[in-house]
Unconditional design. Structure first.
Length: 214
């Protein structure tokens, strides 16, 4: 059983490598951009969904509660942020991330939940203290956003007023990520695999490569 589990994790890592390699090629090779870039929200949904399913939460009901509430919270905060400009700064979403409700793509909250999940599980490798884990998870999530932001602007995920990324954005995501991670730890959720961590790293590498070339 253990060997089978490890094989499954290895297969999913290979799958990430293949999918993100195709993504890199599709973003950097001009004739493919019109085909690959519009698939972004579907790709995020597919990869994120597989990541959650393959990871096998030990306490699935608790994880579902955390997932739904964290998604709802991040989505509503994003909606308020877009509307007022008071949370992250003044910004608007483009069309790349697909279907929007309240001017916020439905996929954005989903991906942020997966990012935070990967950050928490990764942080658990460094400490057993609930607050240290939450702090590290928030740092990892913000570092991911630092990598993401310049590429996201180029790909029309979103655009900042004056094309300047405000420090307020990173502070807000630190607080949001810390709160979500703390909630996760208080719920005493456990996962059987590191797939969310692998997915977080794969996404980060994807955006680092794009950052170097676009």
């Amino acid at each position: 059983m253990e060997g089978k589990k490890l094989l499954t994790e290895k297969n999913i890592v290979i799958f990430y490598i293949i999918m993100f390699s195709v993504g890199v090629a599709g973003h950097l090779i001009a004739p493919l951009q019109g085909l690959i870039i519009p698939l972004t929200p579907f790709t995020l949904l597919l990869l994120g969904g597989i990541t959650v399913l393959i990871s096998q939460a030990v306490n699935e009901k608790k994880f579902l509660v955390w997932f739904v509430l964290t998604y709802a919270a991040t989505f509503l905060i994003e909606a308020a942020g877009v509307k007022t400009g008071m949370i992250f700064g003044s910004y608007q979403y483009g069309d790349t991330l697909g279907l929007k409700v309240l001017d916020v793509p439905l996929i954005i909250g989903f991906n942020w939940v997966i990012v935070i999940l990967g950050a928490v599980i990764f942080a658990e490798k460094f400490s057993g203290n609930i607050f240290v884990i939450s702090l590290l998870a928030a740092v990892f999530a913000v570092l991911f956003d630092v990598i993401l932001e310049p590429v996201a602007i180029q790909l029309n995920y979103w655009r900042w007023e004056g094309d300047v990324i405000p420090l307020q954005n990173y502070f807000a995501w630190f607080v949001i990520s810390f709160s979500a991670a703390l909630f996760y730890k208080f719920m005493k959720i456990e996962f059987r695999s590191l797939s969310p961590v692998h997915y977080l790293i794969a996404q980060a590498v994807f955006f680092i490569i794009l950052l170097a070339f676009i």
